[in-house]
Design a protein around this ligand. Sequence first.
Ligand code: MG
Length: 385
Amino acid sequence: MKKREFLKYCSLLAGAMISGKSIAAIAEPVKTITPMKRKSTTMKLRFIPYELKLKHVFTLATSSRTTTPVVLTEIEYDGKKGFGEASMPPYLGESYDTATKFLSQVNLEQFKDPFLIEDIVAYLDGIQPGNYAAKASVDIALHDLVGKLIGKPWFRLWGLDPGKTPFTSFTIGIDTPEVVRQKVAEAEPYKILKVKLGLGNDREMIETIRSVSDKPICVDVNQGWKDRNYALEMANWLKENNVAFLEQPMPKTMIDDIAWLTENSPIPVVADEALQTIDDLLPMKGVYSAINIKLMKCGGMNAAYKMATLAREMGMKVMIGCMTETSCAISAAAQLSPLAHWADLDGNLLISNDCYEGVTVIDGRITLNERPGIGITEKIKMFRD
Ligand code: MG
């Protein structure tokens, strides 16, 4: 008998003497895992369109709007319900029609086990390319359901520290100085302001804010600048004005110019429109210094978690962002926020008809709760029993 086997035998023998059981009983191998028996073995997906009403007209370098179409989802299984959401700002190319068409093709009844998240996400990807918001609506509902079945929120299941959530910024769209000052006043509870630039009044926007607030600012140009020398001049000027980072300063196709700007900029350059899924991430190294992950761009919580962990391994900073969304998708994204250096999760605060309650912002910081799944409750019942 070899030494290692002898020691194992001795320890089993000692255990048997204490417990009074035979060695064979103690050495019995662990039983094979069998699927858990549940009352119902069918997942049922339902979805309904909903129109989010914005408190203010929202103006970016590329568009302006007062509403955002979303599709709300629900997956029911074993008496539990998971909720999800697809938010579809028009510039991303999804709509009620595309989401409804995609979700009509999703058949979750073929999966007997909702814990098979990897398989279910791969199945969604195989139905049709694109449709990331529609895919996210199923992915989020599935995560909410699984968390409820386990009885834990996702930040716990991922092993993340709720004490490490970042401050969230409050977005101020491009507007007249009077409206900008009013929005800065509205943003009183927030520690960081996010400012949209790129319509030609860049310095005026920042100077207006600086006339009433000295809070840190982050800047999102939404691809609005076309000249790298102007972009660098602005980056230096913004640094002097206590701006933390510069998001998507130039069109995503100007890769060499952006890489040059990143190399020379005194503040981090963040990829947003340039980055959709995890496939886009590896080529970002050396071009940008940070990425903005949004559930609606990448297809949901499963993909977002993988992107956040990979980006950190690549030495990049991580921002978790959002579209105009209810507290459903915002709370889903917030589960990941302890992995992020910055958060821009104010989409639910910009609307007047939120139908869920979820994460809150306390002293400017994302505050997670211990509710299972994505941590939400229904404020308005959207799905009939
Ligand atoms: Mg952006």
